[in-house]
Design a protein around this ligand. Structure first.
Ligand SMILES: [Cu+2]
Length: 277
């Protein structure tokens, strides 16, 4: 794709603006994809912070390796082409180099494995939960059940009249800030996946199975994710919206939710979407 100078300038401007939005985003927190975003969404949980630093570490390692291989290729092309080197060496073995090119990659991989497994255990080893939310993926919306707080359940459907476009929902999942939230996922019809980039959460919602993950959001605000398993024609239209609030606000939301959702999982949009099973 060829770009004119003007296009290039606009693209650069877009990138700069996205970068500044990212910095400013630290204050008024709403985690959602940004125009021209090229990196991961800003972290809102300790797990995601560690995912980002692991990602940055790998980026350095992979860049160094790629540059090293490129340098070797360039040396070979320049020094050992038929013109520069008409009489090739007949060497076939070099024990020292062979040991080195076996051992060094092994050491690099072990070096990567240690922080990788540490991160994996942090994700899988669920700390003592303050709150459990059961998330059910349905064609094509989510249901959230709060078994700890008066056992209510409600549906959450994409709201076409709400911003951000394709991410706003009628009924958000609400959780308290700085609390360990245990998320249990299951599917009602086909496999869905509950994914929220800013929390470092992505877990399948499988019919007949209960999967578990967790997050501890450290900043109040709105967080958006999407179903991440191709689940049918409206797969792209079942966003996940989580509102993180302080304890007091959460308590009053629970009281209101108990009344609002007393009749079970009802949604203002349910009839329009026509869920099928
Ligand atoms: Cu889905």
């Amino acid at each position: 794709m060829k770009m004119s100078n003007g296009q290039m300038g606009r693209r650069l401007l877009g990138l700069t603006a996205a970068g500044m939005a990212l910095v400013a985003g630290g204050m008024a927190f709403a985690a959602q994809p940004q125009p021209w975003e090229i990196t991961l969404q800003p972290a809102a949980t300790p797990v995601m912070e560690n995912i980002i630093s692991f990602h940055n570490l790998l980026l350095v390692i992979i860049t160094l390796i790629t540059l090293f291989v490129l340098a070797l290729l360039v040396i070979v092309v320049i020094k050992f082409n038929a013109k520069a080197n008409p009489v090739p060496s007949r060497t076939t073995h070099n024990t020292l180099i062979e040991v080195a090119w076996t051992l060094i990659p092994v050491l690099i991989l072990v070096g990567i494995a240690v922080p990788s497994f540490r991160l994996l255990f942090q994700q899988l080893d669920i700390p003592k939960a303050d709150l459990t939310v059961k998330v059910t993926g349905k064609q094509w919306y989510w249901s959230y059940a709060y078994p700890d707080n008066g056992k209510f359940e409600f549906d959450s459907l994409m709201a076409q009249d709400k911003q951000p476009r394709l991410l706003g929902v009628d009924n958000e999942m609400v959780v308290p800030v700085n609390k360990v939230i245990r998320v249990q996922t299951t599917g009602a019809d086909v496999i869905h996946a509950f994914a929220l980039p800013a929390f470092g959460v992505k877990i399948d919602a499988i019919p007949g199975r209960l999967n578990e993950t967790w997050f501890k959001a450290t900043k109040t605000g709105m967080y958006y994710g999407q179903c991440s398993e191709l689940c049918g024609k409206d797969h792209a239209f079942m966003p996940i919206a989580i509102r993180v609030v302080d304890d007091q606000e959460f308590a009053s939301w629970v009281e209101a939710a108990k009344k609002k959702y007393a009749s079970g999982g009802t949604s203002t949009y349910a009839s329009a979407a026509g869920p099928t099973q």
